[in-house]
Design a protein around this ligand. Sequence first.
Ligand code: HEM
Length: 514
Amino acid sequence: MSTKEFTKEEIAKHNKEGDLWVIVDSKVFDLSRFAKMHPGGLSVLLDEEVAGQDATESFFGLHKHEVLLRPQYARLQIGTVAGQKPRIIPRPIGGLSAIPYAEPLWLTPGFHSPYFTEKHREFQKAVRAFCEEVILPDAVAREEDGKRPSQVVFDKMAETEILAMRLGPGPHLKGRTLLGGIVKPEEFTYFYEMILAQESTRFSSRGYLDGLGGGTYIGLPPILNFGQPALRDKIAGEVFSGKKLVCLAITEAFAGSDVAGLKTFAKRTDKGWLVNGTKKWITNGTFADYFTVGCSSEKGMVVLVIERGPGVETKIIKTSYSTTAGTAYITFDNVLVPYENTLGEDGKGLLVVLTNFNHERWGMTCGAISSQRLIVEECLQWASQRKVFGKPLVAQPVIRAKLAAMIARVESAQAWIETITHQMCNMSYKQQSQFLAGQIALCKQYVTESAQQTAADAVQIFGGRGITKTGMGKNIEHYHRTVTYDSVLGGAQDVLADLAVRQALRTMPKNARL
Ligand code: HEM
């Protein structure tokens, strides 16, 4: 980048096709050759208020700031305007946003939290930098080409022990150096896991985020909790070192929320289990190495770990998000599975699957709140900078009312999940199952239902841009298209709401009267 300075008079002379300069935020760009390739067309650049002039306001009304940072466009800068300094300062990589409500209260200067300490803030800072430096570039590329997340990202997540940490607190963290030693394994609580879940969902790449070991997040815990030690340690070692992936294969075209109706059947033979059947909508199924599979058996339900091998076929299902998630249809044809791969007891498979549901739903809820917050941030920014009828969009009361509702939804959800997390930190696993199943189910239901309202409102605020895959509204379009995932995955919204109320009714005192 050149540091040459130009006067405004000098710049103004370059105002025609083939000799075209513009000023954007004190930077001088030579668009002479680029103009013909400009995605917005040549004519807009030749406008007399643009060619050779300061086009800062028009530019930011039409482009994201990131456009200027892309190397192919940053190269077009030839200098700066004499005596001017940039006014638009992007958030530094890993830094906090200064937009109101863009960060949870515990990260907002001047606010206090009963749960988070300086150590949490230090951890959050390191995780954000990791996500933006390592994960984000791969997320953008893989969302585009639909390929599985790159191995190098898994390797770096293994190096920092993020792969182990994202499974939450527990014995699997023992002896590990977590993110360079910022937090010790015995200090690692669900609040740290919450930070990981919320930081990794701050960008609009819903399919990629599921691709990045979403299957392991739900498929490995049953192995850790119910697997025989040799099997458990082997798979955990391979997964935490980034070499292998697991997925959870429960749902079928025949059975979803009603897991008791599974048709995949495991038959006892003298050589081991013989498994036949199909699975559908299995996240990471196309590239996972191990499948944690719910099967029917003569005794009811049994959960088996099946390794990719003869008789196991996986093929991609095209859903509304990117194929980088590896969502699969799976067929098991006469697959022989050793008895050592049985998780828990035959006939008690439902327990094996249900045990992890709370943790899984809680993790998804943490992430869903964070993705929703990103939308609030973008809407606040856009409504402030977009001018309509000569005024910023935010001058319209109807827009402010939408923003108010969005903010209230995300803030209440965050406060609720923090309260639940505090309970999790102070309860045994058994108590969590007893007391928190309803709370977590209802919180997830609330978050995922309100997220759909936020997505719809955001599209109204962004207008046509909110339904366009590129440019200013691309994150809104992505969010609106993929927001329903959280309301289906990990338990359909309506089923969860019902579960919560049924659980509450079970504790109603028999002798209470209105
Ligand atoms: C450094 C100078 C510029 C660069 C590198 C640039 C680059 C781009 C790019 C990459 C796009 C595609 C959309 C996106 O990715 O956001 C775009 C669209 C556009 N640009 Fe520029 N541009 C520049 C200056 C300008 C100026 C000064 C104007 C005029 C006011 C302008 C008007 C437009 C319009 C109207 C669109 C289409 C927007 C849409 O589809 O919503 N551009 N530009």
